[in-house]
Write a protein that binds this ligand. Structure first.
Ligand SMILES: NC(=O)C1=CN([C@@H]2O[C@H](COP(=O)(O)OP(=O)(O)OC[C@H]3O[C@@H](n4cnc5c(N)ncnc54)[C@H](O)[C@@H]3O)[C@@H](O)[C@H]2O)C=CC1
Ligand SMILES: O=C([O-])CC(=O)C(=O)O
Length: 318
C-alpha cells in the first residue's frame, strides 16, 4: 500500500501525508516537491517535512514510512497519488485566479506520476479544483473512476462544524450533503442535513440556517483573509479520508468532484456529487432526486465550472 503526495513540502500536502501516516494503514507515503531556494541555499521542503513527521512516529505510534523526494522514480507503483502541488490564493484572489499557473503544474505533475504509476488513482486538491481534476483526468488517460477531486468532504465538514457550534451539539452527529463546484456556487442542501437523523430544520430557523450556508460558501475565503494564505488542516484531513476509503475498500459515501457523463444533467465536466469510494476509486455516482430549486443551483454551479474550463481550453490553444 503505497501513497504519493505531490506538493508535500507545502501546507496541504504535508498535512495529508501526516494524516495518512497517523491512520497507519499504508506501508509508505512518498512526499514529493521541487527543490527550492532560500537565502541563496537550496532547500528540500518535502524531505525536511517527511523526516520531521517520521521522527514523530514513536510518539504518534504509526509504522507508515514517510519519505521525502524530488524524484518521481521514488513514486513508482503508487496505489493512490494526491496532487496538492500549485499555488494557493491570497486575500483578494478567487480560486479561479490560480488557473493558468496551477494548470501547468497539475499537467506536468500528472504526466510524471503516470509515467511511474500507470494504474494509479489520482486525488486532486489543487485549485481551481473542478477544472484541475479535469486537467489531471485528460492528461492521465485514466478511467474516470480513478480520478477525483477533494472538495465536498471539506465543504460539508465546514458546514457541519458551523452547525455544531450554533446548535451546541457534537459535530459527529451532523450529517450533510453538498453538491456542485468548489467555489462560491457550491450547493449546500439543507433538505439533506440531519442532526442524528432528524431534519436540521427542527433545530434552527431559516434565517440562521441561510447564514450558515452562506458562511460555508465563503469558508475558504474566510480563512484566506485570516491567514493570508489558504487552509490546510481540514483540507489535509479530508484528502486523507478519501485515501483511506479507497485503500481500505470502505465503500464510504462522500461528496467528491467526479467526472459526470450525463448524471445530474451534465456531461464532460467534474462537479461535486455523492460517490461511493472504495477499491478502484469511484464505484458509483449516486444521483439524488433534486427539487427544481436545487437543480437550478446545480446548473448555475455547472455553468461556472464550464466557463473556467473554457478559459483553460483557450489558454491551451494559445
Ligand atoms: N480542494 C480544496 O478544497 C483545497 C485546495 N487547496 C489548494 O491546494 C493547493 C496547495 O495549497 P497549499 O498547500 O496551501 O500551498 P503551499 O504553497 O503551501 O504548497 C504547495 C506546494 O506545491 C509545490 N509545487 C509547486 N509546483 C510544483 C511542481 N511542479 N511539482 C511539485 N510540487 C510543486 C510548492 O513547492 C509547494 O511546496 C493550492 O492550489 C490551494 O488552492 C487548498 C486547500 C483546500
Ligand atoms: O479557499 C481556498 O483557496 C482553498 C480552498 O479551496 C478551501 O480552503 O476551500
Amino acid at each position: 500500500m503505497k501513497v504519493t503526495v505531490v506538493g508535500a513540502g507545502g501546507n496541504v500536502g504535508s498535512t495529508v501525508s501526516m494524516a495518512v501516516a497517523q491512520r497507519d494503514f499504508a506501508k509508505e507515503v512518498v512526499m514529493v516537491d521541487i527543490v527550492q531556494e532560500k537565502n541563496g541555499n537550496k532547500i528540500y521542503p518535502s524531505k525536511g517535512r517527511a523526516l520531521d513527521q517520521w521522527e514523530s512516529s514513536p510518539i504518534h505510534k504509526f509504522d507508515t514510512k514517510l519519505t521525502g523526494s524530488v524524484d518521481y522514480e521514488d513514486t513508482a507503483g503508487s496505489d493512490v497519488c494526491v496532487i496538492t502541488a500549485g499555488v494557493p490564493r491570497r486575500p483578494g484572489m478567487s480560486r479561479d485566479d490560480l488557473l493558468e499557473t496551477n494548470a501547468n503544474i497539475v499537467q506536468s505533475v500528472t504526466e510524471q506520476l503516470i509515467e511511474h504509476s500507470p494504474d494509479t488513482i489520482l486525488i486532486i486538491v489543487s485549485n481551481p479544483l473542478d477544472v484541475m481534476a479535469q486537467v489531471a483526468y485528460e492528461t492521465s488517460g485514466l478511467d474516470s473512476s480513478r480520478v477525483m477531486g477533494m472538495a465536498g468532504i471539506l465543504d460539508t465538514a465546514r458546514y457541519r462544524s458551523f452547525l455544531a457550534e450554533e446548535l451546541d451539539v457534537s459535530p459527529k452527529d451532523i450529517q450533510a450533503l453538498l453538491l456542485g463546484g468548489h467555489g462560491d456556487t457550491m450547493v449546500p442542501l439543507p433538505r439533506f442535513t440531519t442532526i442524528a437523523g432528524m431534519p436540521v430544520t427542527q433545530f434552527i430557523d431559516d434565517e440562521k440556517l441561510e447564514e450558515i450556508v452562506e458562511r460555508t460558501k465563503g469558508g475558504g475565503g474566510e480563512l484566506v483573509n485570516l491567514m493570508g494564505t489558504s487552509a490546510w488542516y481540514a483540507p489535509g484531513a479530508a484528502a486523507a479520508q478519501m485515501v483511506e476509503a479507497i485503500m481500505l475498500d470502505q465503500n464510504r459515501i462522500f461528496p467528491c468532484a467526479a467526472y459526470l457523463n450525463g448524471e445530474y444533467g451534465h456531461e464532460d465536466l467534474f462537479l461535486g456529487v455523492p460517490v461511493k469510494l472504495g477499491e478502484g476509486g469511484i464505484k458509483q455516482i449516486i444521483e439524488v432526486d433534486l427539487i427544481a430549486e436545487e437543480q437550478d443551483l446545480m446548473d448555475t454551479s455547472a455553468d461556472h465550472v464550464h466557463s473556467v474550463l473554457a478559459e483553460f481550453r483557450e489558454l491551451m490553444d494559445k
